[in-house]
Write a new protein. Sequence first.
Lengths: 200, 159
Amino acid sequence: MRLTPLQKTLWIAAILASVLFVAARPWFPAQPQMTSAATGDELRPQFDLPDGAGRMRNSPEFRGQWLLVFFGFTNCPDVCPTTLSEVAEVMDGLGRAAERVQPIFISIDPERDRALGIDDYTAAFHPRILGLAGDADQTRTAADSFHIYYEREAAEQAPDGYTMSHSPGLFLIGPDGVWLRQYAYGTPAAEILADLQERF
Amino acid sequence: MRPIPLALPFILFAAAASAEDCPSWQIGDLTITDAWSRATIGTNRPAVFYAEILNAGPEDDALVAISTPVADMPMLHETVVRDGVASMPHAMSVPVPAGGSASLEPGGFHGMLMGLNAALAEDESFPLTMTFEKAGEVTIDVGITAMNGRGPTCRIDGS
């Protein structure tokens, strides 16, 4: 069988794509759960998202500070308030050292959260928590960079007919922007506090 | 049996209880205690309902429904974390085993109160009727903590 130049090109492209796909897979783990052991190379998560006032905030801006990053949505009645309460307790427990920590809440339901108001929500937990809500692309890019999963799920009974499923962990980013660890959902505030104090 | 009038003396008793005691309500062999919710900003976001249910009887029971005048659409949900992803499926019922207990608590079963008719304010409370498969209905009073509350105010001091 003789292949036309176009067919040859397409075959080569297809083979190259397959090879690239397989080779690149380790950098895009399917499992959102990560441990520091699994990272190998340093992971430097990036985000570039507007805050409640519409000002763009990006990861380099926070170099020199420890970041506690949580992805959630303000319509979430259980997981998100529980985690943000833990973060608030950690901040209070740190005392003066809290100045060195910036907690960040990134909305995975940004359109609705912008409409509902993200600042009054985060402030109700702790005045230092910074809420960010971008557009769909900015949000997906930030989530991918943290290797977190989220998805909109149809739920007839829920407000507006949908809810969100998401990775509920809390992430610690060091002053150099390097991803250090995840605190799994439900980690007591005292444990997070002790871990942070050990690092300072 | 008319469960709601039966519950009334317990509500009055609970209102008189001091802050150290968590108020409790009884219906048949079931005791409900540690009922709490978190304050909300306005009415656009769903509120939550948590409580402890003890079953001193020999028969399994189950919480099958909740209703409250503060929300048009209260439902039972369960937070499930599987493969590192949290979702919140609708729970048809919460089992309360014979001689055991069931917890509606952060990260597990909880009531999701949608369609709020009024914002929930810290330190206030609201009535909520729990319907059990066998024991029937009981109306309890749910205390409201701050938005960053981590447990009922009768157990945890302040927020």
